[in-house]
Design a protein around this ligand. Structure first.
Ligand SMILES: [Fe+2]
Length: 280
């Protein structure tokens, strides 16, 4: 056996089955990378990996990015255990891609479930290649001329419309400046995806009402069931998502329930690229 696959929905998400040794020795890493780019989300179930094995597996796929002094981050929403990280949880109830403020956003995240929420806490992913591909050609061409201004404050304010000074000191635009990206990412493969998210505050060059309407229209498209995979976590699940071709969000859950995931982020390998010719 090398590996076999089962698609979880037609447009996004595939479960990969192989034996434990093959998973960890990197012999199918190239296939996994190719599949990740095509399918957006990959699930590996039933391996019961340790932290060390999760990291070993992640290293076969890319370069772990050290964050806060470690290659493995505990994603916990309990404010008593993880006071800073937990401040961001409610903001992740809205679709986004990670690292909007970076020129090289994370390639992917490798997430492993340690403790799951009894209710809610599923992670949803939307395929931003597929949303782009299904648009009529004239709309694709129009979007190719536009940019979006992203900020952490924009998405956080959807969860906290009246932020405290402490919250603004963590994620306000004074602390994490807004970043402007093209709406369409021209990947080195030649494929194109939308750079969407509830992080988008405005589309420069459009009147405010048109900008707001276009942002909402695109985000509403991303809600359509054919573009979305909802992952129901089981303890031990390892899930990888392509952060360059999907958005994700968490279904609200009780923040004190002990939900805990361990995450390895893989460093970005490709800068966000604009179209080569933007009409004046
Ligand atoms: Fe995220």
């Amino acid at each position: 056996m090398t590996f076999s696959t089962v698609d979880l929905t037609p447009a996004i998400g595939t479960q990969v089955r192989t034996d434990r040794e093959t998973l960890l020795d990197g012999s199918i890493a190239g296939d996994i990378r190719a599949l990740l780019e095509q399918r957006g989300v990959l699930l590996f179930r039933g391996y019961d990996l340790s932290d060390e094995e999760q990291l070993q597996f992640a290293k076969t796929l890319g370069t772990p990015r050290n964050e806060h002094g470690t290659d493995i981050t505990k994603v916990s929403s309990d404010k008593t255990k993880s006071p800073i990280f937990a401040e961001y949880t409610e903001g992740t109830y809205f679709f986004h891609f990670d690292d909007t403020y970076m020129e090289y956003p994370a390639l992917a995240s490798v997430l492993r479930a340690r403790t799951v929420a009894p209710e809610g806490g599923q992670t949803e992913f939307a395929n931003t290649y597929a949303i782009y591909d299904d648009l009529p050609e004239d709309e694709r061409d129009f979007l190719d001329t536009l940019q979006g201004v992203h900020s952490q404050e924009t998405i956080q304010r959807k969860a906290f419309p009246n932020p405290t000074d402490w919250q603004l000191s963590l994620w306000g635009e004074g602390a994490i400046p807004a970043t402007t990206h093209p709406l369409v990412w021209h990947h080195r493969t030649g494929r194109k995806s939308l750079l969407l998210g509830e992080t988008i505050r405005t589309i420069p060059g459009l009147p405010k009402d048109e900008s707001d309407a276009l942002i909402r229209k695109l985000l509403n498209l991303a809600e359509r069931p054919e573009y979305v995979y909802r992952h129901e976590w089981q303890v031990g699940d390892v899930l990888i998502w392509d952060n360059t071709g999907t958005m994700h969000r968490v279904v609200p859950f009780d923040l004190t329930c002990g939900r805990e995931l361990h995450r390895v982020k893989l460093a970005g390998e490709e800068p966000i690229r604009a179209p080569s010719k933007v009409p004046a």
